[in-house]
Ligand binder design. Structure first.
Ligand SMILES: [Zn+2]
Length: 74
C-alpha cells in the first residue's frame, strides 16, 4: 500500500464512492480524524484517519502542477 502524506487542500480519491457518485474528496483538516469535502456535491463530513488511509487510491497534491498528461485506467 502506498504511503500517502495527507495534507490540507489535497484531493484524495477513495475506493468507495460517495452516494452522489464522486470518489474525489478535498481534505479540509487532518489529524486523528479528517474533515473531507466531497468534490461532487460539496458535502462535508468527518472520517477516521485509518479509514481514509485504508480506502485511499490516489492523492493529488494541491501544489502539484500537472504539466504532463498521464492516462491511467482504473
Ligand atoms: Zn458527494
Amino acid at each position: 500500500m502506498p504511503d500517502f502524506k495527507f495534507e490540507t487542500g489535497d484531493i484524495v480519491t477513495l475506493k468507495k464512492p460517495h452516494p452522489c457518485g464522486s470518489r474525489d474528496f478535498e481534505i479540509l483538516r487532518t489529524g486523528a480524524d479528517f474533515r473531507l469535502k466531497c468534490c461532487g456535491c460539496a458535502h462535508q463530513f468527518m472520517a477516521q484517519r485509518s479509514m481514509v488511509e485504508k480506502n485511499a487510491r490516489s492523492l493529488r497534491k494541491m501544489t502539484e502542477v500537472s504539466t504532463k498528461t498521464t492516462s491511467s485506467q482504473g
